[in-house]
Structures are given as structure tokens and as C-alpha cells.
Design a protein around this ligand. Sequence first.
Ligand code: KG4
Ligand code: ZN
Length: 349
Amino acid sequence: MLILGIESSCDETAAALLRDGKEILSNVVASQVDLHKKYGGVVPELASRKHVEAILPVIDEALEQAGERLETVDAIAVTQGPGLVGSLLVGLAVAKSLAYARNLPWVGVNHIYSHVAAMFLSPGDTLRFPFVALVVSGGHTSLFRVASPTRMVLLGRTLDDAAGEAFDKVAKFMGLGYPGGVVIDRLAREGNPSAIAFPRTLLEENSLNFSFSGLKTAVLNYLKGFSGELSVSQIRDIAASFQEAVVDTLAAKVMRAARQEGVKLAALVGGVACNTRLREKVSQEGETAGVPVLFPPPSLCTDNAAMVAAAGYHFLREGRRVTLSLNAYYRFSVEKQNASPQSTQRAQR
Ligand code: KG4
Ligand code: ZN
């Protein structure tokens, strides 16, 4: 089955061709980072306009790189939500038009599911069910128990900021540019992670939820204590100490989730899963706890359409189909995709 995946939930316009749920024939991403950089974050209206311009050339490019044509595509998978609604609508409109014109089966996919589906694209057969997945990106920080390629149960999520959002905001406070995650990752390598004792918010004893706004405010207050310019070594130390607090929290929660769920495998996905220190720390803790931790390659961690096609493949194989009345949704909603009474019940607890 040749699937065309389409992603436009935030500031990346992406299209990919995927054969039989596993083989990536092309994975094209047009980033809008340069457009939004000067505003220090994504401007929704600008993002949707840019998607309108980019989407058809990006799909053409994906077809060309794969050596395929629209006529050879068997099905379409598109991001339905959550995300910026104006941006989502661009991808959805294109998916609907192509599906209608060619009479193709198609599905709308939850963006958070797609991040987890990046795991199904990894070579080798180390992945087995169930596993615990941490989706950690600019918009989301959520923990799931993944029971099968189409069933996952929400275990916990952030009560305020996403981890990536905290990285981006802290970088902004320090004038390091947007997006801040990569810059902090790089600066932190030369800094001292114990220089400043920033808080680790673990919430109640068994909680699998997250909270990063206290940490963000702690960094802001710390910065307010300086009157002059920060030296390079001070910036490195702040970056390393902040990053260590985020990483400690994420690692602790992944291990707590694995323990509580009695699961012996974990996966980290989403843009922040590119973070060098996070990969190192969670892998170490996983080794100690006997819970191996898997990560997709960085190109499949950040937003892309191969992961959308991978998620769509499994839903299509299950026989899911949608109609042209399908609409975008901007809120977090795993149940919309799951539709299994058991998982809905559990996630609501
Ligand atoms: O998954 P993604 O591309 O988009 C969303 O769905 O949000 O993730 C983007 C986020 C941004 O907040 C970015 O700063 C963060 O991922 N990020 C990183 C790193 N690379 C990207 N955060 C920490 N360390 C990194 N190396
Ligand atoms: Zn994403």
C-alpha cells in the first residue's frame, strides 16, 4: 500500500510517501522557522498562509523524490489535530481534494499518535507492545501506554507548558533566538548542570502529569537578579542547569510510568526527544531499571509526514475510513482517534 502522508499542524509543511507502513520513499519538510524567528514564536496567521503556498510544491517534491505519481498513490493520511486550526485546515483541504478527485481511501490522524508512530518506522525488530511512550515536543508533553499500533492510553500530561515550550521560552528570556531547544542543548554541553538548583516539579507521589511553568518562572526570576550582560559561561551554566531540571523530571516520569504500568520498554518521541542530554539520561536510567529506551532518529522526532503516513497505514488497515465532512480539531484529544470504550474510560480516570 502506497500512502501519501500530509502534515501541516504547526510551522512545518510536510509530505511523505510510505510503502507498506515501513519503507520511507520520501520525507519532505518545508520549515517556516525563518519566517517566525523574528517574532520569537509561531504566528498562526502567517503559518497558515505559508502552508497554502508550500503544500502543493511539497507534495510534488515528495512524489518526485519517491519516483511516484499521484496516480500510483493508494491512500492518504493527513493530520487532523491538535494544532493551529488555520494550518490544519490547509492540509485537510488538500487531502480531501486529492482523495475526492482520485476516489482514494483516506484518514485523519491525531498528531500526537503520529509522533508515536515514528517508532513503527524504525528498522529492526526491537519494538514490542506494550511500551510506554513519552511524546515531548513544543506543543505536547504526554505519557501513554501503547498497546498496539492503533491503541494508546493516556497516562499523564502537562498541566501547563510543554517541555519544548519551556525550552523555547527560556531561550527567549536569554535572547538566544527561536526555536530555543537546539541552542540550549548545544550551550548546555559546555555548562555546569549543577551550577544553579532549579526546581524539579514531580507533583504527587504517583502522578504521571507534568508541570514546567514553575521551572520557567524560576529561570526568569534568576535572570532578573542580574543587572548587566550575562557572560558566555553564565549562559552555559544557566542553560545546563535548566536543561538538567527538565531532563531529570522527564526521565523520572518515564521510569515511574514503566514501573506503575509493569511495562519493560519505553520510547521517547517528538522534537525534544532530539535532546542529547535527555537521550543520555533516560537511556542510563532505563538500563539501571531494566527498561530499554528507544528513540526515532532526529529527523523523525521533529514534525514530519512519514510519521503521519505510518499512523494512517495502521488505521487504514483496520478498515477506518472518513468522509469529506471530517473537520480539524485544535484541542488535545486522544479519544477521538482511539474510539475504544475501554481506553476512553481509562484515560478519563
Ligand atoms: O515535534 P516538534 O517539531 O513540533 C511540535 O509538535 O511541537 O517539536 C519542536 C520542539 C521545539 O520546542 C524545539 O525547541 C524542541 O522541539 N527541540 C529541542 C531540541 N530540538 C528540538 N528541545 C531540546 N533539545 C533539542 N535538541
Ligand atoms: Zn509535533
